[in-house]
Design a protein around this ligand. Structure first.
Ligand code: PMP
Length: 391
């Protein structure tokens, strides 16, 4: 068949780089007996009562659109949840939008605030979608590196140094993907001071807020002066083990929410209704399931941190999410080389740290959202791999 003219595609899309994670999934997909620490999603199946609520809604014939912003009943549940868990008050009528995953929430947030050429500060290592989403919205991503010597926590002075006249927002993710690093109240207050000083917005990706293991969680808009300048992104994928349902939400002051709603209503109409019924049940009765999942993740995190340190791959203990981010610098391999050889020689899939940004180099991301048996097998194989390298 004739090759399609590349000019059919927009310049912006032509310039987008494919995600560095994909390459490893594609390689792993063609192999047998792979232990995967690669995927960023819970190994738990969505709790049964949540699944049942969706089934019931289908049986009862609730198959039409909901309100653009999502069922009001669900928005009321979200408002109650945000209030109870994080001490935040958002109006279900005008400040909450139910989205197709946190992913769509980030997308409409960018598109609602960015004029061409305006900058968004992206703190690396980070989720691979942020920069492309800024670019697709016409903005310019400005990368700043959270460093391993600071436990991958960004310093306020680093933010201060990169903010310019063109800066519109800071993208902040805590607990973080890929490092698992969580920022405490004091650290958030320090970042808030910079945002307020320069009058910039913050898009706070708090999708992992339920999965925290040591300290109490502080949500950014609960910090003094931040509610009015924060677009809060969250959702059901991680904490509620609902990745495939594609359901997230965004909370923001009325003017920003209504701007995002304009985009949402034209592009998406509404999030899937059966998933919304499931989410109502998850918020009403899902707390005990979350508590059990968090207990299990904490055990696995402890095991992985201890194992990596014993193997000689320095690994700090992350406060949240379900990733560890050990250093592989002692091996002398680049993160790409390490990940590729580990996959080909020992059939263990991990993600090289460099795909998450410059300061991720020298590390690998390992998701511990898989069974303890699989984790033990992975550790055994990684140990074998390292001992071979040492020979
Ligand atoms: N933000 C972060 C930091 C993530 O890790 C992910 C998923 N990997 C998302 C957002 C997207 O989540 P969702 O499934 O809700 O679109």
């Amino acid at each position: 068949m004739k090759q399609l003219k590349k000019e059919y595609l927009s310049k912006k899309v032509q310039d987008l780089k494919p995600s560095g994670i994909r390459k490893f999934f594609d390689l792993a997909a063609g192999m047998k007996d792979v232990v995967s620490l690669g995927v960023g999603e819970p190994d738990f199946v969505t709790p049964w009562t949540v699944r049942e609520a969706a089934i019931l809604s289908i049986e009862q014939g609730y198959t039409s659109y909901s309100a653009n912003a999502g069922f009001l009943e669900l928005r009321k549940e979200i408002a109650g949840y945000m209030n109870k868990q994080f001490n935040l008050t958002y109006s279900p009528q005008s400040e909450i939008i139910v989205t197709v995953g946190a992913s769509q929430a980030i997308d409409i947030a960018m598109r609602a605030i960015l004029n061409p050429g305006e900058e968004v500060i992206i703190i690396e290592p980070c989720f691979v979608s942020y920069s492309p989403m800024v670019e697709m919205a016409g903005g310019v991503p400005v990368h700043v590196q959270a460093l391993k010597e600071n436990d991958f926590k960004i310093l306020p002075s680093q933010l201060d140094a990169v903010i310019t006249e063109k800066t519109k927002a800071i993208m902040l993710c805590s607990p973080n993907n890929p490092t698992g690093t969580m920022l405490n109240k004091k650290e958030l207050e320090d970042i808030a001071m910079i945002a307020i000083k320069h009058d910039v917005l913050v898009i706070a990706d708090e999708i992992y807020a339920e999965l925290v293991y040591d300290e109490e969680y502080t949500s950014l808009p609960s910090v003094e002066g931040m509610r009015e300048r924060t677009i809060l992104i969250s959702g059901f994928s991680k904490g509620f083990a609902m990745t495939g349902w594609r359901l997230g939400f965004v909370c923001a002051p009325k003017e920003m929410s209504q701007a995002m709603l304009k985009i949402h209503q034209y592009a998406i109409m509404c999030a899937p209704t059966m998933a919304q019924f499931a989410a109502i049940e998850a918020l009403q009765n899902g707390r005990s399931d979350i508590i059990e999942m968090v207990k299990s993740y904490r055990r696995r995190r402890n095991y992985m941190v201890q194992s990596f340190n014993e193997i000689g791959l320095t690994c700090h203990s992350p406060g949240g999410a379900f990733y560890v981010f050990p250093s592989i610098e002692s091996t002398g391999l680049s993160s790409e080389e390490f990940a590729e050889r580990l996959l080909l020689e020992e059939s263990v899939a991990v993600v090289p740290g460099n795909v998450f940004g410059e300061s991720g180099e020298g590390h690998i991301r390992c998701s511990y959202a898989t069974s303890m048996d699989q984790l033990q097998e992975a550790v055994k194989r990684i140990k074998h791999f390292i001992s071979k390298l040492e020979r």
